[in-house]
Design a protein around this ligand. Structure first.
Ligand SMILES: *Cc1c(COP(=O)(O)O)cnc(C)c1O
Length: 337
C-alpha cells in the first residue's frame, strides 16, 4: 500500500464488526469479512432516518504503540445522538472495546508512524427490523468499519480551501438535530454542497438557523477563527460538538492562547487573522477565503480573505504530536492498545 497517496476514501479491509440489539439486549459482536449486512427493506433507518454515526482514529505512534484518540468522547456522543432518536447506544466501555476489536482485526491496514496517514474508524448505529409505524426502532444494528486514510484531499495536510456562506440553506433546524451526529443532517446538506461545488467552493459555512446572523459551522466540520492570540469558536445549540474542536480549545490554552466560545457574528469574519475548519478527518483545514453572498451562486459578493496559516499549523502539530505519541499526552486523551 502506498500510504503517502491515501486520501479520505474507502479502502476495503479484512474484517467488519457488527452487533445486533433487540428488546434491550446487545448480542455478541460478530466479526465478518463481508461488508454487507442483511437488512429488512422496512428498516426504520431506511424510511425514517433512525441512524447516527461516529468517526474516530487510530494512530501508530513513534513508540510503535497503537493509540485511539478520545474514544470515550465518541462513545458519549453516540449515546447522546442515539437517545434523541429513541435508540440505545453501547456503553462507553463496550463502544471502546468494539473499536479496539475493529482496529486489531485490521491491524495490517494501520498506516505506519511517520506516514501522515491513520486508520479511520466508522461506527454506525441504525434501526433494523421491519417496521411501518413511526416509532423508536425495536431492533438495532451497530456496525463498525475501518479504513486507512490520509489527508482529506489526498494532497497533503494544511492545504487551505475556499469557502462560501450558505445564506439560503440551513443544515439543521434551530432546535433540531444539529447537535447530534445523525445522517439526516448530511442528507440535508447535499444540495447546498453541490451548488457550492459547481461554483468552485470546497467549504460551505452555515449560519445559525434562527437569525442567520451568527456563524454555526461548516457542513461536516466546526469553525474557528484566530485573532489577538485568541482561539474563537461559535457557541450554538445547532452545531455538532466536535471532539477535535474541544481538543483544540485545550491545546490553544496549553500553548498560551486565550480561548473564547461565544456567538460569532458573520461580520466578524473581517477581523480574523486565520480561519479554519476542524474535525477528526483532517484535524485542521485552513480556510483561505470566505465569500458572503445573497445565495451561493449569486454574483454580488463580500469576500473575506486570510493569508497565513501560522497558528493553524502550530495547533495542528500539537494535536498530531499527541496522537503520534511525540508530545506528552497531559490530558490522557489517548487510549493505548
Ligand atoms: C463529525 C462532525 C464534526 C467533527 O467532529 P469531530 O468529533 O471533531 O470529528 C463537525 N461537524 C459536523 C457536522 C460533524 O458531523
Amino acid at each position: 500500500m502506498d500510504w503517502s497517496k491515501l486520501s479520505f476514501s474507502f479502502t476495503p479491509t479484512d474484517k467488519y464488526i457488527s452487533c445486533e440489539y433487540e428488546d434491550g439486549i446487545w448480542g455478541k459482536p460478530v466479526i465478518s469479512s463481508d461488508i454487507n449486512i442483511p437488512l429488512s427493506g422496512l428498516a426504520p433507518s431506511l424510511h425514517y432516518g433512525i441512524e447516527c454515526f461516529e468517526g474516530l482514529k487510530a494512530f501508530r505512534g513513534q513508540d510503535g504503540k497503537i493509540r485511539l484518540f478520545r474514544p470515550d468522547e465518541n462513545a458519549k456522543r453516540m449515546q447522546s445522538s442515539a437517545a434523541y432518536l429513541g435508540m440505545d447506544a453501547p456503553t462507553t466501555e463496550d463502544f471502546t472495546n468494539l473499536c479496539i476489536m475493529a482496529v486489531k482485526e485490521n491491524e495490517r491496514y494501520l498506516p505506519p508512524y511517520g506516514s501522515g496517514a491513520s486508520l479511520y474508524i466508522r461506527p454506525v448505529l441504525f434501526g433494523s427490523g421491519s417496521q411501518l409505524g413511526i416509532a423508536p426502532a425495536k431492533k438495532q444494528i451497530l456496525f463498525i468499519a475501518v479504513a486507512p486514510v490520509g489527508s482529506y484531499s489526498g494532497q497533503g495536510n494544511l492545504v487551505a480551501v475556499n469557502g462560501v456562506i450558505a445564506r439560503k440553506y440551513d443544515r439543521a433546524a434551530g432546535h433540531g438535530t444539529g447537535c447530534y451526529k445523525v445522517g439526516g443532517n448530511y442528507a440535508a446538506s447535499i444540495h447546498a454542497g453541490q451548488v457550492a461545488k459547481q461554483q468552485g467552493y470546497k467549504a460551505v459555512l452555515y449560519l445559525d438557523p434562527i437569525e442567520h446572523k451568527y456563524i454555526d459551522e461548516f457542513a461536516s466540520s466546526n469553525f474557528f477563527g484566530i485573532k489577538d492570540n485568541t482561539y474563537i469558536t461559535p457557541l450554538s445549540n445547532s452545531i455538532l460538538p466536535s471532539i477535535t474542536n474541544k481538543s483544540l480549545e485545550v491545546a490553544a490554552k496549553d500553548l498560551g492562547m486565550k480561548v473564547e466560545r461565544r456567538r460569532v457574528p458573520s461580520e466578524e469574519l473581517a477581523e480574523f487573522k486565520e480561519v479554519g475548519e476542524c474535525g477528526t478527518a483532517v484535524v485542521i483545514t485552513p480556510v483561505k477565503s470566505i465569500d458572503d453572498k445573497p445565495d451561493i451562486d449569486a454574483s454580488e459578493c463580500k469576500c473575506y480573505t486570510y493569508g497565513g496559516i501560522e497558528t493553524c499549523t502550530k495547533l495542528y502539530n500539537h494535536i498530531v504530536g499527541i496522537q503520534n505519541g511525540e508530545i506528552k499526552d497531559e490530558h490522557n486523551w489517548c487510549v493505548i492498545l
